[in-house]
Design a protein around this ligand. Structure first.
Ligand code: NDP
Length: 298
């Protein structure tokens, strides 16, 4: 039986995107141009091409300028970094997103580090990570920022809440921990070497699972009344006769929903927040670069 409220990330993200679109005309009026997002795709990975396509569409739908750059899978490190340097210098570009993963012969960290931190809408450069750790205004990775918005919408003030983040990746877990700490939660960071994980999760008012292991976090790990944010996207093997397996998160949804106060579904929970927060970051970066105050309410 499902007791938990379902946190509708799709609806929340749609609302956020609508508010972003409403804020664009004022920026245009002040600067005579639209905020611009450049997305760089290296190689021809089909999943990455789909992500890049949907980011471009969402950018245009918000009234922003979308620039798409494709380099062949054989591109050299110098070619990738030269393109990023060109975009750093391009005034029409407020945000730069280098679609990851890059082909194996390229050095991802070195490429990301060449992005101007003020245009780093993915929040992945060392400067952005440093600013987040120091509590200085900067660009915050989109997925954990989306999780924070969902949590604040549900709980309001997070001060003093016990939070656990399962996963410590650069993309999700680590910045999530920093954001929760910045919001005055008491944060436990768990990872593959953590001992007694179920007991640690049982203490938490807020559980963020970003592990990449299908349905790993079980309902009997969840404290009754906790809020569960499931970042994971995992495809199960197809059932007999089916072309594709079901998408599930890192949380065993049914058992967790029976005890939690609220939980994000997969799909339709955290996923839609990522692109909405990319647009939010682009809008904020555009304002800062133009010397305008941050747009209100984002
Ligand atoms: P990574 O593989 O980079 O990191 C996984 C983390 O989980 C690591 O820190 C790892 O620990 C930890 N971990 C692995 N196994 C265990 C375990 N048994 N117990 C505890 N911790 C464990 O993944 P990402 O952070 O990039 O992504 C996590 C999930 O989120 C994936 O399913 C991904 O598809 C999804 N995702 C969803 C997004 C969205 O928009 N909704 C965006 C980004 C990711 P260690 O460091 O010790 O190895």
């Amino acid at each position: 039986m499902t007791a938990a409220q379902v946190i509708d990330g799709k609806a929340f993200a749609a609302g956020l995107r609508a508010r972003i679109a409403e804020a664009v005309p004022a920026f245009k009026a002040a600067t005579s141009r639209a905020p611009g997002l450049a997305v760089v795709l290296v190689g021809d990975d089909p999943a990455s091409a789909v992500y890049v396509g949907s980011k471009g569409k969402a950018t245009v739908a918000a009234g922003m300028e979308s620039f798409e750059y494709r380099l062949p899978a054989t591109a050299t490190q110098d070619e990738v970094e030269a393109l990023l340097a060109r975009l750093n210098a391009d005034d029409a570009v407020d945000g730069i997103l280098l679609q990851l993963p890059l082909p194996g012969h390229l050095d991802e960290q070195a490429a990301v580090a060449t992005i101007d931190p003020d245009k780093d809408v993915d929040g992945l450069t060392p400067v952005s990570a440093g600013r987040l750790a120091l509590g200085i205004a900067g660009m915050v990775p989109c997925t954990p920022y989306g999780c924070l918005l969902l949590l604040q919408d549900r709980l309001g003030d997070l001060s003093g809440k016990d939070a656990i983040v399962v996963g410590r990746s650069i993309l999700v877990g680590k910045p999530m921990g920093q954001l929760l700490l910045g919001a005055n939660a008491t944060v436990t960071m768990a990872h593959s070497r953590t001992k007694n994980l179920p007991d640690l999760v049982r203490r938490a008012d807020i559980v963020v699972a970003a592990v990449g292991r299908a349905e790993m976090v079980k309902g009997d790990w969840i404290k009754p009344g906790a809020i569960v944010i499931d970042v994971g996207i995992n495809r199960l093997p197809p059932a007999e006769g089916a072309a594709k397996g079901r998408l599930v998160g890192d949380v065993d949804y049914d058992s967790a929903a029976a005890v939690a106060d609220a939980i994000t579904p997969v799909p339709g929970g955290v996923g839609p927040m990522t692109i909405a927060c990319l647009l939010r970051n682009t809008l904020v970066a555009a304002h800062r670069r133009a010397g305008l105050a941050d747009p209100e309410g984002f």
